[in-house]
Design a protein around this ligand. Sequence first.
Ligand SMILES: Cc1cc2nc3c(=O)[nH]c(=O)nc-3n(C[C@H](O)[C@H](O)[C@H](O)COP(=O)(O)O)c2cc1C
Length: 339
Amino acid sequence: MQSSIFKPVTLGSLTIFPNLVLSPMSGVTCSPFRRLIKELNTDSLSGESAVGLLVSEFISIEALTRNSRKSIEMMKFGSEEAPFGIQIFGYDIDRMCEAALMAVDAGADLLDINCGCPAPKVVRRGGGCELMRQPSHLQKMIHQVRKTVSIPFTIKFRSGWDENSKNALEIARIAEAEGVDGITIHGRTRSALYKGEADWDIVEHVASEVAIPVFGSGDITSRSGVIKRLYNSKISGVFIGRGAICNPLLFREILFEETHNVQRNMIRSARIVKRYSELLLEDLDPKYCVGKLKQLVCQMCKGQFWTKSFCRALSIEEQMKILQEVLDLAEDKSYTYSV
Ligand SMILES: Cc1cc2nc3c(=O)[nH]c(=O)nc-3n(C[C@H](O)[C@H](O)[C@H](O)COP(=O)(O)O)c2cc1C
């Protein structure tokens, strides 16, 4: 079964393995987080990685093409992150092409256009999921971008705008006809936001109707979840988002069939937080690390006794003091640290 589920996927000139992708998450999948996930999910002996592809947070074409320093920084990535995709979002076709070329210059292995973001400030300006409501504009955009860049090019979208306008298949057909190398469908509508369960039937249906690779996204939190979605399926692979925040070892649990119980293992999760702090401090001013560490801790370490005080801490020094106490306690053999 392993070989039929976990297989290479070819996106234009790029072949990724395995077919497990870290889903782009704005405010989460910064370079330190991506490096953390890659490092934790790489076998230290063989060097095999359980993450097939890392993708940036979505980056505004309006900001990029006005040379916003912050947005240009967001395109940066380390060599250990390869293969690496840059995701951009916006409405204007000329700016989309210009930003696409900037992604090529930044060295991206793949370009992705976000057509699924539900945030009002994004859709109001015609970007994200609004592009699904404007298929002819989207078609022109994809056509121009395809003419502009030769690197692998994908788009990511939702099942539709709302229950009455599920047009994922229409968008997939446009993408295929315009030479897009692969698509990802988050099985929720824009109006569902992140509520309810993702609809994988629509992902399966689209995958059976188009010839390009189709990835699915939504609610993957375990190996059995991946098997359920990919066994006997036309879906090429899965994107994993929130599941990787709660369990940063999820990719290796899925591919290497391991169990780490990271959320319930205080020493393991505290060591992951420690490593994340080191990676963050390589890139960021300490004051910006505080919120990022809270974000990981409050999801990965939920229920552990030290989480509340850690998340109330106002400085990295305070956070590191709490973390060190936890590590000392957990390493004290007389202390049973199961939570
Ligand atoms: C905090 C957060 C930020 C997100 N940002 C992006 C983004 O920048 N680009 C994108 O395509 N999807 C984004 N998504 C959607 C995820 O990539 C993914 O499709 C969705 O969360 C469903 O997958 P999951 O259940 O594995 O998280 C975001 C989701 C979350 C929770």
